[in-house]
Write a protein that binds this ligand. Structure first.
Ligand code: IPM
Ligand code: MG
Length: 357
């Protein structure tokens, strides 16, 4: 198959890990006889520096024209402590999500058995945990009106959802549950928020079309607790944008490290695949970043956008073998002993490539 892939490394360790993800895609193309061509585009702080715009029109046009996007991260510490900055790297990411209609963000939380010891949660609680999050990605408080009143002394961010927005992500989540353990947990704050009451109402309606799927509704505060207490009780979790952002960072600890978690953002057009971790400027340029989330994002890209199941599984198996051989990046080394063969970003990538041969 011939495919065009756009590489969008963005900021910080995004630059380092995305190059490794690309190498893995290249190796898969060689091995399975595909022709992948690549182009590159700017987003985030690097785009602001080069053009003044966190998502230049040229980048957006390239995204729309590609068959899939492998994305890194956006962010820069210089904006984090400057609340007055009007132009920010994250605006590029949010605009990309909105413009590409990426309303469903799939975040699979699966623990490789070899990493049972890397999490700060007890192994007997974790073993066998396998959760698929569907985070709504183009609505909620992220995209509602925001601003200041009262001479700047009052601020507001409006959370807003429309029925169709909840329905389309609900259907994606229910469809996925059918291919798994047939359980859905819908997470909201319907005891307080009107958007959550609409959310719950729509989930209940959609559920009627899926009588074979068991549905549970939870309040987000309870979910935050239950994820750590008993992660195995969850199969598919569907939730709004802000709750999904927070819960998936928490749930990353079930997979040992943020450095292991890949995600797929899909909608009506081009899909975007990215690690859930951020730009991590504290370790940028040191060659320490874990490239496995980017590699596993490449696996999701192959599976979801290109329907290349065998190719995707080959990548996941290669990661599994590398972990079984005892190789670790610093973030997934045993927290107490830091034992295992600890590798940097590139060397970890090379091990995965070797296993693909
Ligand atoms: C994520 C990130 C983004 C978000 C930030 C960088 C805007 O945390 O993709 O989870 O909040 O969605
Ligand atoms: Mg986040």
């Amino acid at each position: 198959m011939k495919k065009n892939i756009l590489i969008v490394p963005g900021d910080g360790i995004g630059q380092e890990v995305t190059q490794v993800g690309k190498k893995v895609l290249d190796k898969i193309a060689q091995k399975f006889g595909h022709t992948f061509s690549y182009d590159q585009a700017l987003i985030g702080h690097v785009a602001i520096e080069a053009t003044g715009n966190p998502l230049p029109d040229e980048s957006l046009a390239k995204m729309k024209a590609s068959d899939a996007v492998l994305f890194g991260a956006v962010g820069h510490p210089k904006y984090d402590n400057d609340p007055s900055a009007k132009v920010r790297p994250e605006q590029g990411l949010l605009k990309m999500r909105k413009e590409l209609g990426l309303y469903a963000n799939l975040r699979p939380i699966k623990l490789f058995d070899e990493l049972l010891g890397a999490s700060s949660i007890k192994p007997e609680i974790l073993k066998g945990a396998d959760i698929l999050f569907f985070r709504e990605l183009t609505g909620d408080i992220y995209f509602g009106d925001k601003g200041r009143d009262n001479n700047g002394d009052t601020a507001f961010d409006v959370a807003k959802y429309s029925r169709y927005e909840v329905e389309r992500i609900a259907r994606k989540a229910f469809d996925a549950a059918r291919t798994r353990r047939k359980k859905i947990c819908s997470v909201d704050k319907a005891n307080v928020l009107e958007t959550s009451r609409l959310w719950r109402e729509v989930i209940q309606v959609v559920a009627k079309d899926y009588p074979d799927v068991e549905v549970e509704h939870q309040f987000v505060d309870a979910t935050a607790m239950l994820l750590i207490k008993d992660p195995r009780r969850f199969d598919v979790v569907v939730t709004a944008n802000l709750f999904g952002d927070i819960l998936t960072d928490e749930a990353s600890q079930i997979a040992g490290s943020m450095g292991m978690l890949a995600s797929a953002s899909i909608g009506d057009g081009t899909g975007v695949y990215e690690p859930i971790h951020g730009s991590a400027h504290d370790i940028t340029g040191k060659g320490l970043a874990n490239p496995l989330a980017s590699i596993l994002s490449a696996a999701l890209l192959l599976d979801i956008s290109f329907k290349m199941k065998a190719e995707s599984e080959a990548v996941i198996n290669a990661v599994d073998k590398v972990l079984k051989s005892g190789y670790r990046t610093k973030d997934i080394a045993d927290p107490l002993t830091e034992s295992g063969k600890v590798l940097g970003t590139e060397a970890m990538g090379e091990e995965v490539l070797k296993n693909l041969d």
